[in-house]
Design a protein around this ligand. Structure first.
Ligand SMILES: Cc1ncc(COP(=O)(O)O)c(C=O)c1O
Length: 352
């Protein structure tokens, strides 16, 4: 099994380069450069119950999420990041010899959780423009196929699969996990289909739009029957009391956080235009997330990534052969974009 290549935190990157963490331009984790709501720090400071275990039934968290999502709390479960729910779903549905459809290039955790369960990953590569090949998926399904993971918007390509495509997948005989970790950046969801399709699981996260990546909170929206089974197998205290306090404070500051989301969406377009206009031969794929995938000419992508890292500017290169000539850049603040572009042009100039 290949290990997931996780990113390092700023202090580790800074120590490696012998600079301070505040000098790092960190555009490799799709994190929110504006941080969490200021109300979160206040709520964490005021919280009186850190010595008591959190509610194993997640009542407060599920109720708060239910109001945010507009669905009943019995259709919602929270996890230690959407990562934990991806893992729990594999634990629930995948056994030795079961097959799971993966749609590369996509989020790297899906194959890992499947193989951990002794399942077999069936890769159905996306088309040239990273669309899902529904016919190829249908052909790949056997009596052993249990699950399909679809990131929407897809990470790292940034594109969306239409509701029509997702409905076609839902008509196939398997559980379809639509991972909407970047939902707030595009506003497109299939959560409204949960009542109609018992085999639909929608995942969301507070890591990106709400800037809570370090606190770890994701949630799933699905049929209450699946929720009950997940509640049975999850660790009893998979959330912390701090998480609940942070969630309530976050949702009370929704407007500020969504204003930041809109700033990031505008900055994503500016970043795309700057690269397209200034880097000869580079192509940025249209994105609906808080990141863009850019294709670079002449096989320079990995060298550009490491040259930028030497300068304290961190972006992401993936070993996946479908996108080995590409780099994924998380959208930062405008000054981070400017520093990135300056350094990008300099390292490309040095290479030529
Ligand atoms: C598509 C996708 N799913 C899930 C995750 C995990 O998110 P979380 O921080 O909620 O565990 C990520 C993180 O980058 C992601 O890109």
């Amino acid at each position: 099994m290949k290990a997931y290549t996780a990113i390092d935190p700023p202090e580790v990157l800074a120590a490696r380069l012998g600079i301070s963490a505040s000098e790092i331009i960190k555009l490799d984790g799709n994190e929110n450069p504006y941080g969490s709501s200021p109300k979160v720090a206040l709520a964490l400071q005021a919280h009186p119950w850190y010595h008591v275990y959190p509610d194993p039934a997640q009542r407060g968290v599920r109720q708060a999420l239910s109001e945010y999502v507009g669905m009943n709390a019995d259709s919602i479960i929270a996890g230690f990041g959407s990562d934990e729910l991806i893992d729990l779903l594999a634990r629930l549905f995948v056994g030795i010899g079961d097959e799971v459809i993966d749609l590369p290039p996509t989020f790297g955790m899906y194959p890992i959780v499947v193989e951990t369960q002794g399942g077999q990953v069936i890769s159905v590569p996306r088309t040239k423009h990273f669309d899902v090949d529904v016919d190829a998926v249908a052909k790949a399904i056997t009596k052993n196929t249990k699950l399909l993971f679809l990131a929407n918007p897809n990470n790292p390509t940034g594109n969306i699969s239409s509701e029509k495509t997702i409905r076609q997948l839902l008509e196939l005989d398997l559980i379809v996990v639509v991972d909407e970790t970047y939902f707030e950046f595009c506003g497109k969801t299939v959560a409204h289909l949960v009542g109609k399709y018992e085999n639909l699981v929608v995942l969301r996260s507070l890591s990106k739009w709400a800037g809570l990546a370090g606190l770890r909170l994701g949630y799933g929206i699905m049929n209450p029957v699946i929720i009950e089974r997940l509640m049975t197998i999850k660790p009893p205290f998979n959330l912390t009391v701090a998480t609940e306090a942070a969630l309530v404070a976050t949702l009370a500051d929704r407007q500020l956080l969504m204003d930041r989301v809109h700033m990031l969406v505008a900055e994503r377009e500016r970043l795309t235009e700057l690269i397209t206009a200034n880097v000869t031969g580079a192509h940025c794929f249209p994105s609906e997330g808080n990141f863009i995938l850019c294709q670079f000419p002449d096989g320079i992508a990995p060298r550009v990534q490491s040259a930028l890292a030497q300068r304290g500017v961190f972006i992401r290169h993936f070993r996946d052969p479908h996108i080995s000539d590409c780099l994924r850049i998380s959208v930062g603040k405008p000054d981070q974009t400017d520093t990135l572009i300056k350094n990008l042009l300099e390292v490309i100039e040095e290479m030529s």
